[in-house]
Design a protein around this ligand. Structure first.
Ligand code: NAD
Length: 361
């Protein structure tokens, strides 16, 4: 039986890397029944939303999505399609591995980190108040009455919201992942010294959950210190669990440790559905140029194959990718010693090289 998967090419460079990824996935011999669904800025005119309902309905049917990046217009008041997708399908865990492979140009060796980012709450909950609206005035009134703080009405607000239930389930996810994948340690990351209530609740809940997993080491770190530690001694860390905003930032930092966004995969996982996508965005300035690296999306495809219990195909695709990286020949500009290296190949040529490797084993 082919695996039914919702394929969302996205926009910007999304369609190119999605096509390259679809080709390598099919070359593993696994059968897919793709349900291709469009999302992104162009859908706004047609459907009045960057994420049409039919995309959500498709994933509810197939249970699995593979997604290219989608552009979010900055400061236009339009909600991000990515955030909406994660919220509507309750994809509460964002799993972002950061691993060095031989041949990647990185300042570090032997990085093997797993970032577990909470995906539904925190400053990304989408609870915002526009300057000069009656809603914002009401909120300012409530704040003045309950805290004594009179805030400047010429301001906008985004609410940081952290619950016990969502924290429990993300920290449990991190520990369960650690246990299932023979990882040694979970580190909870927070800023509870300043945001004593919201991050304080995250930290206290993480401590409680950690007691249920005595077989796994547990510690916590303040997020600013964590950034420095990751740059200085990343080998000390293993699985990190973080609220949404810190998780977003630290996963890009971790992608930088392993040689860039071009090879950083991700998965958004909930109790019923899972959507796999690269960490990077739509890199719109390179759209239509057959230029950017499709490997982050291909590694996301490896994660998807494992999720679909296609372990052998996942290992073969991972091996093919690591061989292409190690050889350093058929790779895009970002994996070359210099970005203007004339020997850099395009997105679709990377797919050709990976398929050629796959055909050998
Ligand atoms: P970006 O990740 O798109 O690009 C930043 C830079 O990183 C690019 O200019 C390019 O130099 C490099 N880069 C990114 N992907 C690459 C690849 N595959 N190969 C080689 N180089 C690559 O980040 P941005 O410019 O901040 O965001 C562009 C848009 O994407 C924004 O609208 C943002 O909201 C959106 N975005 C979407 C997602 C998603 O769909 N999940 C994630 C992040 C950003």
């Amino acid at each position: 039986m082919p695996h039914a998967v919702t394929l969302i090419p996205g926009d910007g460079t999304g369609p190119e890397i999605t096509e390259a990824t679809r080709r390598v996935l099919e070359a593993t011999g696994v059968q897919f029944d793709w349900d291709v669904r469009q999302a992104g800025a162009e859908m706004l005119e047609k459907y009045g939303a960057v994420l049409p309902d039919e995309v959500i309905e498709s994933i509810k049917r197939t249970k699995v999505g593979l997604k290219g990046p989608i552009t979010t217009p900055v400061g236009k008041g339009q909600r991000s399609a990515n955030v909406t997708l994660r919220k509507r399908l309750d994809l509460y865990a964002n799993l972002r591995p950061a691993k060095t492979y031989q041949g990647l140009r990185s300042r570090y060796e032997n990085i093997d980190l797993i970032i577990v980012r909470e995906n539904t709450e925190d400053l990304y909950a989408g609870i915002e108040f526009q300057r000069g609206t009656p809603e914002q005035e009401e909120i300012l009134e409530i704040i003045a009455r309950t805290t004594g703080h009179r805030l400047d009405p010429n301001s906008a607000m985004s609410m940081k919201y952290i619950s016990v239930a969502a924290t429990r389930r993300i920290v449990k996810f991190a520990f369960e992942y650690a246990r299932a994948n023979s990882r040694r340690k979970v580190t909870a990351v927070h800023k509870a010294n300043i945001m004593r209530l919201s991050d304080g609740l995250f930290l206290a809940t993480a401590h409680e959950v950690a007691k249920e997993y005595p077989d796994i080491q547990y510690e916590d770190r303040i997020v600013d210190n964590m950034c420095m530690q990751l740059v200085q001694k990343p080998e000390l860390y293993d699985v990190l669990v973080l609220p949404n905003l810190y998780g977003d930032i630290i996963s890009d930092l971790s992608a930088g440790l392993i040689g860039g966004l071009g090879v950083a995969p991700g998965a958004n996982i909930g109790s019923q559905y899972a959507v796999f996508e690269p960490v990077h965005g739509s890199a719109p300035k390179y759209a239509g140029q057959n230029k950017v690296n499709p490997m982050a999306m291909m590694f996301s495809g490896v994660m998807m194959l494992r999720h679909l219990c296609e372990r052998d195909a996942a290992s073969r695709l991972e091996k093919a990718l690591t061989q292409v990286i190690a050889e350093g020949k058929n790779v895009t500009y970002d994996l070359k010693p210099r970005p203007d290296d004339p020997t850099a190949v395009g997105t679709s040529q990377v797919a050709d090289a990976v398929i050629e490797k796959l055909q050998r084993f």
